[in-house]
Design a protein around this ligand. Structure first.
Ligand code: SF4
Length: 414
Protein backbone atom coordinates (compact mmCIF):
# COMPACT_ATOMS: atom_id res chain seq x y z
CA UNK A 1 0.00 0.00 0.00
CA UNK A 2 1.49 3.35 -1.04
CA UNK A 3 0.27 4.93 2.19
CA UNK A 4 2.22 2.51 4.38
CA UNK A 5 5.39 2.73 2.26
CA UNK A 6 5.23 6.50 2.58
CA UNK A 7 4.69 6.35 6.33
CA UNK A 8 7.56 3.93 6.85
CA UNK A 9 9.91 6.16 4.83
CA UNK A 10 8.86 9.19 6.86
CA UNK A 11 9.14 7.35 10.17
CA UNK A 12 12.66 6.21 9.37
CA UNK A 13 13.56 9.84 8.59
CA UNK A 14 11.64 11.26 11.58
CA UNK A 15 9.52 13.23 9.18
CA UNK A 16 6.03 14.34 10.14
CA UNK A 17 3.24 12.59 8.24
CA UNK A 18 0.40 14.68 6.92
CA UNK A 19 -2.82 14.74 8.91
CA UNK A 20 -4.51 13.00 5.99
CA UNK A 21 -2.01 10.16 6.25
CA UNK A 22 -2.54 9.84 10.00
CA UNK A 23 -6.31 9.78 9.51
CA UNK A 24 -5.93 7.17 6.79
CA UNK A 25 -4.16 4.83 9.23
CA UNK A 26 -7.18 5.01 11.52
CA UNK A 27 -9.46 4.29 8.55
CA UNK A 28 -7.66 1.18 7.30
CA UNK A 29 -9.64 -2.02 7.13
CA UNK A 30 -9.27 -5.11 9.27
CA UNK A 31 -8.01 -6.86 6.12
CA UNK A 32 -5.06 -4.44 6.13
CA UNK A 33 -4.40 -4.60 9.87
CA UNK A 34 -1.35 -6.85 9.78
CA UNK A 35 0.17 -4.71 7.00
CA UNK A 36 -0.31 -1.64 9.21
CA UNK A 37 1.29 -3.36 12.19
CA UNK A 38 4.21 -4.60 10.05
CA UNK A 39 4.81 -1.10 8.65
CA UNK A 40 4.72 0.70 12.00
CA UNK A 41 6.79 -2.17 13.41
CA UNK A 42 9.62 -1.27 11.01
CA UNK A 43 9.66 2.24 12.43
CA UNK A 44 9.56 0.93 16.00
CA UNK A 45 12.51 -1.42 15.33
CA UNK A 46 14.54 1.33 13.67
CA UNK A 47 14.49 3.48 16.82
CA UNK A 48 14.01 0.95 19.62
CA UNK A 49 15.01 -2.46 18.29
CA UNK A 50 13.14 -5.28 20.01
CA UNK A 51 13.46 -3.77 23.48
CA UNK A 52 10.48 -3.30 25.78
CA UNK A 53 10.84 -0.89 28.65
CA UNK A 54 8.95 -1.80 31.81
CA UNK A 55 7.54 0.89 34.06
CA UNK A 56 6.00 0.45 37.47
CA UNK A 57 3.22 2.55 38.95
CA UNK A 58 3.04 3.47 42.61
CA UNK A 59 -0.15 5.26 43.54
CA UNK A 60 1.03 7.55 46.34
CA UNK A 61 -2.42 8.96 47.11
CA UNK A 62 -5.61 7.41 45.83
CA UNK A 63 -9.08 8.88 45.27
CA UNK A 64 -10.60 11.89 47.00
CA UNK A 65 -9.78 14.23 44.13
CA UNK A 66 -11.58 17.58 43.82
CA UNK A 67 -11.25 17.62 40.02
CA UNK A 68 -13.97 16.27 37.72
CA UNK A 69 -12.13 14.42 34.93
CA UNK A 70 -14.93 12.25 33.58
CA UNK A 71 -12.70 9.30 32.75
CA UNK A 72 -11.26 9.05 36.23
CA UNK A 73 -12.29 6.68 38.98
CA UNK A 74 -10.73 9.06 41.54
CA UNK A 75 -12.74 12.11 40.45
CA UNK A 76 -15.05 14.25 42.47
CA UNK A 77 -18.30 12.33 42.88
CA UNK A 78 -16.94 9.00 41.66
CA UNK A 79 -18.78 6.07 43.20
CA UNK A 80 -16.30 3.51 41.86
CA UNK A 81 -15.28 1.25 44.70
CA UNK A 82 -11.60 2.04 44.46
CA UNK A 83 -9.03 2.16 47.23
CA UNK A 84 -8.93 5.55 48.90
CA UNK A 85 -5.96 6.62 50.97
CA UNK A 86 -3.80 9.60 51.60
CA UNK A 87 -0.04 9.98 51.03
CA UNK A 88 2.06 6.84 51.42
CA UNK A 89 5.09 7.34 53.61
CA UNK A 90 8.46 7.27 51.80
CA UNK A 91 9.31 3.81 53.14
CA UNK A 92 5.92 2.43 52.09
CA UNK A 93 6.31 3.85 48.58
CA UNK A 94 9.87 2.61 48.42
CA UNK A 95 8.78 -0.94 49.29
CA UNK A 96 6.13 -0.90 46.57
CA UNK A 97 8.66 0.44 44.06
CA UNK A 98 11.17 -2.24 45.02
CA UNK A 99 8.67 -4.96 44.08
CA UNK A 100 8.30 -3.50 40.59
CA UNK A 101 12.04 -3.12 40.14
CA UNK A 102 12.61 -6.70 41.26
CA UNK A 103 10.06 -7.71 38.61
CA UNK A 104 12.10 -6.09 35.84
CA UNK A 105 10.93 -2.50 35.75
CA UNK A 106 13.56 0.22 35.19
CA UNK A 107 11.30 3.18 35.85
CA UNK A 108 9.08 3.94 38.81
CA UNK A 109 6.16 6.29 38.24
CA UNK A 110 5.04 8.05 41.40
CA UNK A 111 1.47 9.22 40.95
CA UNK A 112 -0.83 11.16 43.26
CA UNK A 113 -4.45 12.14 42.78
CA UNK A 114 -5.36 15.80 43.01
CA UNK A 115 -5.32 19.00 40.99
CA UNK A 116 -1.69 19.57 41.75
CA UNK A 117 0.82 19.39 44.60
CA UNK A 118 1.26 21.88 47.40
CA UNK A 119 4.83 22.80 48.29
CA UNK A 120 4.51 20.45 51.27
CA UNK A 121 3.46 17.69 48.85
CA UNK A 122 6.56 18.36 46.76
CA UNK A 123 8.61 17.95 49.96
CA UNK A 124 6.95 14.60 50.66
CA UNK A 125 7.50 13.34 47.13
CA UNK A 126 11.10 14.56 47.23
CA UNK A 127 11.69 12.43 50.32
CA UNK A 128 10.14 9.48 48.54
CA UNK A 129 12.28 9.98 45.45
CA UNK A 130 15.39 10.04 47.63
CA UNK A 131 14.32 6.88 49.45
CA UNK A 132 13.80 5.04 46.17
CA UNK A 133 17.01 6.29 44.58
CA UNK A 134 19.09 5.54 47.67
CA UNK A 135 18.03 1.90 47.59
CA UNK A 136 18.06 1.27 43.86
CA UNK A 137 21.02 2.41 41.84
CA UNK A 138 20.20 3.50 38.31
CA UNK A 139 16.43 3.55 38.76
CA UNK A 140 14.52 6.18 36.79
CA UNK A 141 11.84 8.05 38.69
CA UNK A 142 8.96 9.89 37.09
CA UNK A 143 6.56 12.03 39.10
CA UNK A 144 2.95 12.56 38.14
CA UNK A 145 1.34 14.93 40.60
CA UNK A 146 -0.98 17.05 38.50
CA UNK A 147 -0.68 20.71 37.57
CA UNK A 148 2.61 22.29 38.67
CA UNK A 149 3.08 25.74 40.10
CA UNK A 150 6.14 27.84 39.34
CA UNK A 151 9.32 26.37 40.80
CA UNK A 152 7.91 22.94 41.62
CA UNK A 153 9.36 21.20 38.57
CA UNK A 154 12.80 22.56 39.47
CA UNK A 155 12.44 21.29 43.02
CA UNK A 156 11.47 17.82 41.82
CA UNK A 157 14.46 17.81 39.48
CA UNK A 158 16.75 18.79 42.36
CA UNK A 159 15.27 15.97 44.42
CA UNK A 160 16.35 13.49 41.75
CA UNK A 161 13.26 13.09 39.58
CA UNK A 162 14.17 12.17 36.03
CA UNK A 163 10.83 12.79 34.42
CA UNK A 164 7.40 14.34 34.86
CA UNK A 165 4.16 13.03 33.44
CA UNK A 166 1.12 15.06 32.59
CA UNK A 167 -1.16 13.90 29.81
CA UNK A 168 -3.03 16.05 27.33
CA UNK A 169 -5.55 13.22 27.17
CA UNK A 170 -7.69 14.49 24.31
CA UNK A 171 -7.94 17.23 21.71
CA UNK A 172 -8.10 20.87 22.68
CA UNK A 173 -11.49 21.26 21.05
CA UNK A 174 -13.11 18.50 23.12
CA UNK A 175 -11.21 19.01 26.36
CA UNK A 176 -14.04 21.00 27.95
CA UNK A 177 -16.42 18.08 27.48
CA UNK A 178 -14.17 15.80 29.50
CA UNK A 179 -13.15 18.09 32.36
CA UNK A 180 -14.44 21.43 33.58
CA UNK A 181 -12.23 22.10 36.60
CA UNK A 182 -9.07 22.81 34.63
CA UNK A 183 -8.23 23.48 31.00
CA UNK A 184 -6.24 22.01 28.17
CA UNK A 185 -3.99 25.08 28.38
CA UNK A 186 -3.29 24.28 32.04
CA UNK A 187 -2.04 20.88 30.97
CA UNK A 188 0.15 22.24 28.20
CA UNK A 189 1.61 24.69 30.69
CA UNK A 190 2.63 21.92 33.07
CA UNK A 191 4.29 19.88 30.32
CA UNK A 192 6.23 22.99 29.33
CA UNK A 193 7.24 23.60 32.96
CA UNK A 194 8.62 20.06 33.17
CA UNK A 195 10.61 20.58 29.97
CA UNK A 196 11.95 23.92 31.13
CA UNK A 197 13.16 22.42 34.40
CA UNK A 198 15.20 19.80 32.59
CA UNK A 199 12.86 16.95 33.37
CA UNK A 200 12.10 14.44 30.67
CA UNK A 201 8.56 15.23 29.66
CA UNK A 202 6.03 12.45 29.43
CA UNK A 203 2.60 13.22 28.02
CA UNK A 204 0.00 11.12 26.34
CA UNK A 205 -3.62 10.51 25.61
CA UNK A 206 -6.69 8.48 26.39
CA UNK A 207 -8.54 6.83 23.53
CA UNK A 208 -12.08 5.53 23.73
CA UNK A 209 -13.85 8.49 25.34
CA UNK A 210 -16.18 9.01 22.39
CA UNK A 211 -13.70 11.14 20.45
CA UNK A 212 -13.52 11.27 16.64
CA UNK A 213 -10.57 10.21 14.52
CA UNK A 214 -9.85 13.92 14.00
CA UNK A 215 -9.66 14.41 17.79
CA UNK A 216 -7.18 11.57 18.11
CA UNK A 217 -5.03 12.97 15.33
CA UNK A 218 -5.28 16.46 16.87
CA UNK A 219 -4.03 15.33 20.26
CA UNK A 220 -1.19 13.25 18.81
CA UNK A 221 -0.03 16.19 16.64
CA UNK A 222 -0.26 18.46 19.68
CA UNK A 223 1.90 16.00 21.57
CA UNK A 224 4.47 15.91 18.81
CA UNK A 225 4.58 19.68 18.97
CA UNK A 226 5.21 19.54 22.74
CA UNK A 227 8.02 17.06 22.09
CA UNK A 228 7.82 14.78 25.12
CA UNK A 229 10.26 11.87 25.36
CA UNK A 230 7.50 9.43 26.16
CA UNK A 231 3.87 9.15 25.13
CA UNK A 232 1.60 6.88 27.14
CA UNK A 233 -1.43 5.70 25.19
CA UNK A 234 -4.31 4.83 27.48
CA UNK A 235 -7.42 3.01 26.44
CA UNK A 236 -10.34 4.13 28.56
CA UNK A 237 -11.39 1.76 31.27
CA UNK A 238 -15.04 2.71 31.67
CA UNK A 239 -15.34 2.42 35.42
CA UNK A 240 -18.79 1.93 36.89
CA UNK A 241 -19.46 5.00 39.01
CA UNK A 242 -17.94 7.46 36.52
CA UNK A 243 -19.65 9.49 33.76
CA UNK A 244 -17.96 7.47 31.01
CA UNK A 245 -19.02 4.07 32.36
CA UNK A 246 -20.97 3.28 29.20
CA UNK A 247 -18.24 4.28 26.73
CA UNK A 248 -17.19 0.90 25.46
CA UNK A 249 -15.99 2.13 22.07
CA UNK A 250 -12.79 0.23 21.45
CA UNK A 251 -11.95 -3.01 19.70
CA UNK A 252 -8.52 -4.67 19.76
CA UNK A 253 -8.13 -3.80 16.08
CA UNK A 254 -8.97 -0.15 16.72
CA UNK A 255 -6.39 -0.03 19.53
CA UNK A 256 -3.72 -1.38 17.19
CA UNK A 257 -4.55 1.24 14.54
CA UNK A 258 -4.33 3.99 17.17
CA UNK A 259 -0.94 2.75 18.38
CA UNK A 260 0.31 2.53 14.79
CA UNK A 261 -0.81 6.09 14.10
CA UNK A 262 0.97 7.33 17.24
CA UNK A 263 4.14 5.50 16.19
CA UNK A 264 4.08 7.07 12.70
CA UNK A 265 3.53 10.58 14.11
CA UNK A 266 6.02 10.18 16.98
CA UNK A 267 8.48 7.70 15.44
CA UNK A 268 11.48 8.11 17.77
CA UNK A 269 9.58 8.62 21.01
CA UNK A 270 8.95 6.08 23.75
CA UNK A 271 5.39 4.98 23.00
CA UNK A 272 3.95 3.25 26.03
CA UNK A 273 0.83 1.14 26.19
CA UNK A 274 -0.76 2.31 29.39
CA UNK A 275 -4.09 1.70 31.13
CA UNK A 276 -6.64 -0.48 29.39
CA UNK A 277 -4.09 -2.74 27.68
CA UNK A 278 -5.55 -5.96 28.99
CA UNK A 279 -9.16 -4.82 28.81
CA UNK A 280 -9.15 -3.61 25.20
CA UNK A 281 -6.28 -5.34 23.37
CA UNK A 282 -6.95 -8.60 25.12
CA UNK A 283 -5.39 -11.53 23.20
CA UNK A 284 -3.90 -9.10 20.65
CA UNK A 285 -1.54 -7.57 23.23
CA UNK A 286 1.55 -9.21 21.71
CA UNK A 287 0.89 -7.54 18.35
CA UNK A 288 0.92 -4.18 20.11
CA UNK A 289 4.53 -4.78 21.14
CA UNK A 290 5.45 -4.31 17.46
CA UNK A 291 4.15 -0.74 17.79
CA UNK A 292 4.91 0.40 21.33
CA UNK A 293 8.30 -0.03 23.01
CA UNK A 294 7.13 0.37 26.58
CA UNK A 295 4.44 -0.95 28.91
CA UNK A 296 3.49 -0.85 32.56
CA UNK A 297 4.31 -3.95 34.52
CA UNK A 298 1.67 -5.23 36.90
CA UNK A 299 -1.20 -3.14 38.20
CA UNK A 300 -2.43 0.34 37.35
CA UNK A 301 -3.45 3.09 39.73
CA UNK A 302 -6.90 1.88 40.66
CA UNK A 303 -7.35 -1.26 38.56
CA UNK A 304 -5.50 -4.53 38.34
CA UNK A 305 -3.38 -5.51 35.36
CA UNK A 306 -2.49 -9.03 34.33
CA UNK A 307 0.11 -10.80 36.44
CA UNK A 308 3.59 -9.39 36.07
CA UNK A 309 4.80 -12.89 35.19
CA UNK A 310 2.32 -12.99 32.29
CA UNK A 311 3.70 -9.67 31.02
CA UNK A 312 7.22 -11.07 31.02
CA UNK A 313 6.16 -14.30 29.31
CA UNK A 314 4.24 -12.36 26.66
CA UNK A 315 7.31 -10.25 25.87
CA UNK A 316 9.56 -13.29 25.56
CA UNK A 317 7.04 -15.31 23.54
CA UNK A 318 6.56 -12.45 21.09
CA UNK A 319 10.32 -12.31 20.48
CA UNK A 320 11.05 -9.12 22.36
CA UNK A 321 13.41 -8.48 25.27
CA UNK A 322 13.03 -6.50 28.46
CA UNK A 323 15.18 -3.37 28.40
CA UNK A 324 17.89 -3.54 31.03
CA UNK A 325 18.84 -0.84 33.50
CA UNK A 326 22.09 -0.26 31.63
CA UNK A 327 20.41 0.24 28.28
CA UNK A 328 19.48 3.67 27.02
CA UNK A 329 15.82 3.90 26.08
CA UNK A 330 15.82 6.74 23.60
CA UNK A 331 17.68 6.97 20.31
CA UNK A 332 21.06 8.65 20.46
CA UNK A 333 19.92 11.85 18.75
CA UNK A 334 17.25 12.46 21.40
CA UNK A 335 19.65 11.84 24.26
CA UNK A 336 22.20 14.14 22.63
CA UNK A 337 19.51 16.78 22.40
CA UNK A 338 19.06 16.59 26.16
CA UNK A 339 16.03 14.34 26.23
CA UNK A 340 15.43 11.10 27.76
CA UNK A 341 16.54 9.44 30.71
CA UNK A 342 18.26 7.19 28.57
CA UNK A 343 20.60 7.30 31.02
CA UNK A 344 19.88 9.35 32.91
CA UNK A 345 19.16 12.41 31.67
CA UNK A 346 15.66 11.75 32.19
CA UNK A 347 12.64 10.17 30.23
CA UNK A 348 8.94 9.91 31.19
CA UNK A 349 6.19 8.18 33.09
CA UNK A 350 2.66 8.25 32.35
CA UNK A 351 -0.18 6.24 33.18
CA UNK A 352 -3.11 5.80 34.41
CA UNK A 353 -5.93 3.83 34.00
CA UNK A 354 -7.65 4.74 31.13
CA UNK A 355 -8.79 7.24 33.28
CA UNK A 356 -6.89 9.47 35.49
CA UNK A 357 -4.62 12.08 36.87
CA UNK A 358 -3.07 15.14 36.58
CA UNK A 359 -3.47 13.44 34.97
CA UNK A 360 -3.32 10.46 35.85
CA UNK A 361 -5.28 7.58 35.22
CA UNK A 362 -6.43 6.73 32.10
CA UNK A 363 -4.33 5.79 32.67
CA UNK A 364 -1.64 7.74 30.90
CA UNK A 365 4.92 12.60 23.13
CA UNK A 366 7.24 16.04 19.96
CA UNK A 367 8.78 18.18 17.13
CA UNK A 368 9.28 19.54 14.39
CA UNK A 369 7.52 19.46 11.44
CA UNK A 370 10.30 18.90 9.21
CA UNK A 371 8.02 20.24 6.73
CA UNK A 372 7.96 17.07 4.96
CA UNK A 373 4.68 16.95 3.41
CA UNK A 374 4.75 14.27 0.99
CA UNK A 375 1.40 14.82 -0.12
CA UNK A 376 0.70 11.27 -0.73
CA UNK A 377 -2.99 11.35 -0.52
CA UNK A 378 -4.62 8.93 1.79
CA UNK A 379 -6.37 6.38 -0.31
CA UNK A 380 -10.05 5.96 0.19
CA UNK A 381 -10.99 2.63 1.70
CA UNK A 382 -12.15 0.10 -0.82
CA UNK A 383 -15.93 -0.17 -0.61
CA UNK A 384 -16.90 -3.00 1.66
CA UNK A 385 -13.57 -3.06 3.46
CA UNK A 386 -13.88 0.00 5.65
CA UNK A 387 -12.46 -0.24 9.10
CA UNK A 388 -14.76 -2.03 11.44
CA UNK A 389 -16.94 0.32 13.42
CA UNK A 390 -15.06 1.48 16.50
CA UNK A 391 -17.50 -0.06 18.89
CA UNK A 392 -16.60 -2.73 21.36
CA UNK A 393 -18.68 -4.94 23.57
CA UNK A 394 -18.67 -4.03 27.25
CA UNK A 395 -16.09 -6.20 29.04
CA UNK A 396 -16.79 -5.30 32.60
CA UNK A 397 -15.69 -8.83 33.44
CA UNK A 398 -12.14 -7.73 32.65
CA UNK A 399 -12.17 -4.70 34.95
CA UNK A 400 -10.96 -5.45 38.46
CA UNK A 401 -10.50 -2.73 41.03
CA UNK A 402 -7.00 -2.87 42.52
CA UNK A 403 -7.05 -4.46 45.97
CA UNK A 404 -3.35 -5.22 46.44
CA UNK A 405 -0.07 -3.38 46.54
CA UNK A 406 0.24 0.27 47.56
CA UNK A 407 -2.24 1.28 50.23
CA UNK A 408 -3.02 -2.33 51.25
CA UNK A 409 -1.38 -5.05 53.32
CA UNK A 410 -1.20 -7.36 50.33
CA UNK A 411 1.84 -7.92 48.15
CA UNK A 412 1.91 -5.90 44.92
CA UNK A 413 1.59 -7.46 41.47
CA UNK A 414 4.98 -7.35 39.85
S1 SF4 B 1 -7.31 12.54 36.47
FE1 SF4 B 1 -6.12 13.34 38.24
S2 SF4 B 1 -6.93 15.48 38.47
FE2 SF4 B 1 -8.42 14.36 37.18
S3 SF4 B 1 -9.92 13.56 38.68
FE3 SF4 B 1 -8.40 11.94 38.37
S4 SF4 B 1 -6.93 12.19 40.03
FE4 SF4 B 1 -8.11 14.10 39.84
Amino acid sequence: MDLLNTLVDKGLRRELPTREEALAVLATSDDDLLDVVAAAGKVRRKWFGRRVKLNYLVNLKSGLCPEDCSYCSQRLGSTAGILKYTWLKPDEASRAAAAGLAGGAKRVCLVASGRGPTDRDVDRVSETIKAIKDGNEGVEVCACLGLLSDGQAERLREAGADAYNHNLNTSESTYGEITTTHTYADRVDTVNKAHAAGLSACSGLIAGMGESDEDLVDVVYALRELDPDSVPVNFLIPFEGTPLAKEWNLTPQRCLRILAMVRFVCPDVEVRIAGGREVHLRTLQPLALHLANSIFLGDYLTSEGQAGKADLEMIADAGFEVEGAGQVTLPEHRVAAGGGCGSHASAGCGSEEGAGCGSHESARCGSHADGGVCGTAAPAPTPGTEASAPAGEPRTDLVAVRRRGAGTDLAPNA
